[in-house]
Design a protein around this ligand. Structure first.
Ligand SMILES: *Cc1c(COP(=O)(O)O)cnc(C)c1O
Length: 401
């Protein structure tokens, strides 16, 4: 038995089976590359669901982590730390919002936004508490908490987990008519991913987000963008909403904010909205801890200093144009923005074996749905490395019959 097989068996024995990973056991990583326990190298085309936009173990981010670990790691919010205020300022400047609320995971950022919207509806709009409604989209992915899965349309996420939270209305994605029709006096917010990542990199029609912005403004409801996966330069702009030049009222952030080393999430909004949170109304023991603050500052600085937004944009265009040259009759769609991309095969195609073949050939990617594979490498990837990756993908795809 190989070391990998041994560790996989051990994990299966002691760990809950809530994931179905590829048979690869990674023990090292740098930049775009990861290495398994047998010493085989792979290109990482998942980037931990876009948490590793800055590349694995970016030296600047690792330095920030180590330096801070040697100084101060946790105070809780019962006291101030010298790192929190500078981090909040940096995050507000980076995102262009007046205030930020720090949490840890993406799901917590979404939970925070949902609470924010309900309280805003109650305190500012005067809607009776308990009657607030939030509109969400079919095929959304916003995380795994009980409230969030209450409005998931994926049966796998929900089965056996009721009771579900009320107060959500589900409409089709990329459908502004449905949005207008769903709004009533009780509606407080529309929560949407600007590009649906988990659903298979569903890019909405041009103008969708602009129209959403207009509708939300007209009806005085909060436009809340889940930029957990699409944010921080993944789609070729700082945020996917920037692709259409729209500014949501609330943004949920996570993943790459932690630079691939640490869970860091946040909600950003302007003061007139964020002010509804009062002492004791929300919080998190680890939210805004000094280690997270320093890691997140470094993570944002890396994105800026290395121009990763424009790099992501240009290399994304290049990657898609190269993928389009691959001859594979079962391949039906190649889509994406920046370096958030997906390839889609004919209906009914099961891409698991293709992901296994890609792995054997030296590239790690995972299907989002049965017939869709996401290609989202770290944004520090070079053109030369894209060529290597496309070579691997071509070799595997051209064998599909
Ligand atoms: C990953 C993700 C989340 C949840 O983030 P966690 O850190 O896993 O809780 C929420 N929304 C989107 C769009 C995501 O991709």
């Amino acid at each position: 038995m190989t070391k990998s097989q041994e560790l996989i068996e051990q994990g299966d024995k002691y760990g809950a089976h809530n994931y179905h990973p590829l048979d690869v056991v990674i023990s090292k990583a740098e930049g775009v590359w990861v290495e398994d326990v047998e010493g085989k190298k792979y290109m990482d085309f998942l980037s931990a669901y876009s948490a590793v936009n800055q590349g694995h173990r970016h030296p600047k981010i690792i330095k920030a982590l180590i330096d801070q670990a040697n100084t101060l790691t946790l105070t809780s919010r019962a006291f101030h730390s010298d790192k929190l205020a500078p981090y909040l300022k940096k995050l507000c400047e980076y995102t262009g919002y007046e205030m930020a609320l720090p949490m840890n995971t993406g799901a917590e950022a979404i939970e925070t936004a949902l609470k924010l919207a309900r309280r805003y509806g109650n305190k500012i709009r005067g809607i009776k508490d308990g009657e607030q409604e939030i509109i969400v989209c079919e095929e959304n992915f916003h995380g795994r908490t009980s409230t969030i899965i209450s409005f998931s349309t994926d049966p796998v996420c929900r089965e056996g987990f009721s009771a579900f939270a009320p107060g959500f209305k589900i409409i089709p994605f990329n459908d502004t008519k449905a949005l207008k029709a769903a709004i009533n006096d009780k509606t407080v917010a529309f929560l949407v991913e600007p590009i649906q990542g988990e659903a298979g990199v569903n890019v909405p029609s041009d103008g969708y987000l602009k129209e959403v912005r207009k509708i939300c403004t007209e009806h005085d409801i909060l436009f809340m963008a889940d930029e957990v996966q699409t944010g921080f330069c993944r789609t070729g702009k700082k945020f996917a909403c920037d692709l259409e030049g729209v500014r949501p009222d609330v943004m949920c952030l996570g993943k790459a904010l932690g630079g691939g080393v640490f869970p860091v999430s946040a909600v950003v909004a302007d003061r007139k909205i964020m002010k509804v949170f009062t002492p004791g109304s929300h919080g998190s023991t680890f939210g805004g801890n000094p280690l997270a603050c320093q890691v997140a500052i470094a993570s944002m600085e890396v994105l800026e200093e290395e121009n990763l937004a424009s790099k992501s944009y240009e290399l994304g265009e290049y990657l898609r144009s190269e993928l389009k040259k691959i001859k594979c009759p079962k391949l039906t769609h190649i889509r994406g923005k920046g370096l958030l991309n997906a390839v889609q095969f004919v209906t009914g195609f099961e891409a698991w074996n293709t992901c296994c073949a890609l792995k054997e050939a030296g590239l790690l990617a995972k299907q989002t749905h049965g017939n869709i594979i996401r290609f989202a490498p770290p944004l520090v990837i070079t053109k030369n490395e894209i060529d290597i990756a496309v070579g691997i993908i071509k070799k595997v795809f051209e064998k599909i019959n």
